[in-house]
Design a protein around this ligand. Structure first.
Ligand code: BTN
Length: 256
């Protein structure tokens, strides 16, 4: 996306909060850090920081997020949800991204609990949520999103077994400004709908691609095996161990 893409994105943006403003950088260490420092300086909810390239893009569990220039989407959104919205924020984000990708490309990603978006069990999009949550006024969340758009996966041997991209799936390069605005439009809709009674939990659950399956879950420094039985109303995973006992997992990663 050249600099002019800020203009292009804003042509398609139909939001009131998300992407107001949207700042586009050629290169950043990570969009997370840029967003955090602006949040600490009082930036308003909705700020979006986009980078064409990240020198220190990061994922969950301090992993590196492959962020080559001009290929993918790397962005962070500053949100200031109400405490009661917190448990379902990751559901709103995942569903908003899926809505946007589906509307633009017809592809239908599934969700690997808690919030990896996948196609045919290969990762298309990662979500990293970091935050400062306190009782004081200045609590915030930074939602970092990386979507593999025009990435040739074969150029990154470490990604070959685990990742895909829109290019890999459709065989054509996709317009990143268009995709980004569709995703932001839909994230805002889902975020706003967290205020009312809605079916978000059921929708999110219906897209989880590991439910009912045998899994290994990494929890902190250890791991637990069992059947991914269900999720509770806050999105915690309910794991049924071999001996029939149940474990509620609030955060972790399915590793197999
Ligand atoms: C994961 O699946 O582990 C989460 C990956 C999140 C990557 C995005 S890219 C934009 C933002 N900036 C970062 O450094 N990370 C997130």
């Amino acid at each position: 996306m050249p600099k002019s893409s800020e203009i292009e994105i804003s042509q398609f943006l139909e939001t009131e909060i998300v992407g107001r403003p949207l700042l586009h950088f050629k290169k950043l260490p990570s969009t997370m850090d840029e967003t955090r420092s602006r949040a600490e300086n009082g930036a308003a909810e909705g700020l979006v920081i986009v980078a064409e390239e990240q020198e220190a893009g990061r994922g969950r569990f301090d992993r590196k997020w492959v962020s080559p220039p001009n290929k993918n989407l790397y962005f962070s959104i500053l949100l200031k949800p109400k405490p009661e919205q917190l448990p379902r924020i990751n559901m709103a984000i995942s569903l908003g991204i899926i809505d946007g990708i589906k509307a633009e490309t017809k592809l239908k990603p599934t969700i690997k609990w808690p919030n990896d978006l996948r196609l045919k069990r290969r990762k298309l999009c990662g979500i990293l949520i970091e935050g400062k949550v306190s009782n004081l006024e200045n609590s915030y969340l930074i939602v970092g999103i990386g979507i593999n758009v025009n990435l040739k996966v074969a150029l990154y041997p470490e990604l070959v077994p685990i990742a895909t991209s829109i290019l890999e799936e459709l065989g054509i390069e996709y317009s990143r400004p268009k995709l980004l605005s569709a995703v932001l439009n839909n994230i805002e809709k889902r975020y706003i709908s967290l205020n009312g009674n809605n079916t978000i939990l059921q929708e999110w659950k219906s897209l989880l691609d590991n439910l009912g399956k045998r899994v290994n879950v990494r929890i902190g420094d250890s791991s637990e095996a069992g059947i991914a039985k269900d999720v509770d109303r806050n999105g915690n995973l309910i794991l049924e161990r071999e001996d029939g006992s149940k474990l509620v997992v609030p955060a972790g990663e399915i590793i197999a």
